[in-house]
Design a protein around this ligand. Structure first.
Ligand code: ADP
Ligand code: GLC
Length: 477
């Protein structure tokens, strides 16, 4: 099949979180399985592409009552016997210091979305399925269903929107959304949620199917505490919404071949992991001989990092050393800096984004704390397990779907300091029993979360959509 993915992030080109890990891996796995895959991605000033994209030319995009010119460059990334073609969409709006966080984000990504059919047409790529990720590209299904002037060669692909995080929705004025997309004005109310333009909602109500990244989160989205106002939208989808668990790129995250580590290791021989632990202790001047609880996280409310700092006195009392890496909310960054200053020898780490340090923590820590209030899937616990580090995590979303309590990690129910402290205490007691810990971390390291299962699930979904399509003789309007 011809698959077009649209995303705001894909590793290694641009990454702020797990979305990038997924879009760095899923298209590759699909291309290796025989699909023709095009990934359309913004051309940020900070794009990490080596070599630079191959310049294709300018493309005129109908947008916001006029026409906007975007530049297009491509890169082909090998994928088994195939390749994934990345198309980067360039415009001044993407030449900024950060990927997101600007007041005009909704407009910036509406332009990105509106450019996608034109870019595909320019590249001669006729998709059978357009698969968009999160709110940034969620306008595309609305365009496919309702825009009058898409390039004829683009055809009428099936559309899938995957929700990686329903908290981020892309808010705007309802009238702006239709004007940006050159959509009929009468659609403004349908695409809006409670009178407010909402790009994710617009995608969910116009796509042929919606998915999210774990089965448990697919249920939790119906709960107002987790649906963030979209619970009714999700409920209305019925069985057109499903959960397909993410995989982990086991080549990109492989402790046997990770140049960031002090020593290689694998599930069958963990001797190198002890060297990684010593190196981590030296890096942050930690007292040797204590178990290390690691944290690698965006500092956002979602992640429960406030619970972690609330639990700090108890965690230290239990005997853990902590290594924390993260950035985001200023109050949490300040709490981290305070913890480093107040507990030399026991708490170390860094405020910031640092891929190498993240890997050194996954490899050197004994356990990884993931106290998320909600977690659509979570890649951090999958990486930790691959690096024989035992997750201590809240039983929510993909954490509940990937961690087997007592066998590959420790889960806790309530999103409270006490909940975290109790789970960490269970982990600490198990750690004291060498044989039990060894069995646990080996079981975690042997879990396989490759992409094959998810590729098969998406294939089944795409095939079901193909089967619903009108025959060339007509049938469906
Ligand atoms: P989310 O996408 O919600 O942030 P995930 O667990 O799915 O959560 O993915 C997070 C990804 O981002 C993982 O690859 C993790 O290692 C990485 N990451 C998160 N914070 C940092 C950081 N401060 N420095 C380096 N990598 C980070
Ligand atoms: C989002 C979610 C995270 C998930 C990632 C990839 O960032 O917060 O749980 O793993 O997307 O799907």
């Amino acid at each position: 099949m011809q698959l077009l993915h649209a995303t705001a992030e894909a590793a290694p080109f641009a990454k702020t979180g797990g979305l990038a890990d997924v879009l760095g891996a899923l298209p590759t796995a699909q291309a290796a399985a025989g699909h023709a895959v095009l990934v359309v991605h913004p051309w940020y000033a900070t794009l990490r592409a080596d070599p630079a994209p191959y310049w294709i030319g300018d493309v005129a995009v109908p947008f916001d009552g006029g026409e906007v010119t975007v530049g297009v460059g491509t890169l082909d990334v090998p994928a088994g016997d195939g390749v994934v073609r990345f198309a980067f969409v360039g415009h001044d709006d993407f030449r900024r210091d950060a990927l997101y966080g600007y007041p005009d984000d909704a407009r910036r990504f509406a332009l990105f979305a509106r450019a996608i059919p034109e870019v595909a047409a320019r590249l001669g790529f006729v998709p059978d399925v357009v698969h968009v990720h999160d709110w940034h590209a969620a306008l595309v299904p609305a365009l496919v269903r309702h825009a009058a002037h898409l390039p004829t060669v683009f055809g009428r692909p099936a559309t899938v929107v995957t929700v990686h995080n329903a908290q981020y929705q892309g808010h705007a004025d309802a009238a702006d959304v239709v004007r940006w997309g050159r959509l009929p004005g009468a659609l403004a109310a349908d695409l809006a949620l409670r009178g407010r333009g909402n790009l994710l909602h617009a995608g969910l109500v116009t796509a042929d199917r919606a998915t999210t990244v774990s089965p448990t989160y697919a249920h939790e989205l119906l709960d107002p505490a987790i649906g963030y106002g979209l619970e009714g939208t999700f409920a209305a989808l019925g069985d057109r919404l499903s959960g397909i668990l993410n995989g982990l790129d086991d080549v990109a995250f492989d402790p046997a071949h990770d140049p960031a580590l002090a020593a290689p290791f694998d599930a069958d021989d963990l001797t190198g992991k002890a060297r990684c632990t010593s190196a981590l202790e030296s890096e942050f001047g930690l007292e040797a001989g204590r178990p290390i609880l690691g944290v690698v996280s965006r500092f956002a409310d979602q992640k429960g990092i406030d619970l972690l700092f609330g639990a700090l006195p108890d965690l230290l009392e239990q005997g853990w050393n902590l290594v924390v890496l993260g950035a985001g909310a200023p109050d949490l960054e300040a709490a981290a800096a305070r913890a480093f200053a107040d507990h030399p020898g026991r708490v170390g780490g860094r405020v910031g984004y640092d891929d190498g340090l993240a890997r050194r923590i996954y490899a050197g820590a004994d356990a990884l704390a993931v106290p998320s209030r909600f977690e659509p899937c979570g890649l951090a616990q999958l990486i930790a397990m691959r690096y024989a580090t035992v997750p201590v995590a809240r039983a929510t979303g993909g954490l509940a779907d990937t961690i087997d309590d007592g066998r590959t990690g420790f889960l806790f129910g309530p999103a409270t300091v006490v909940g975290l402290v109790e789970a960490a205490d269970r982990a600490r007691r198990t750690h004291a029993d060498r044989l039990a810990w060894s069995a646990l971390r080996s079981a975690a390291a042997r879990e396989r979360f490759g992409w094959a299962r998810a590729v098969a699930s998406y294939d089944a979904l795409y095939l079901a959509l193909q089967a619903e399509r009108p025959s060339p003789q007509g049938g469906r309007p």
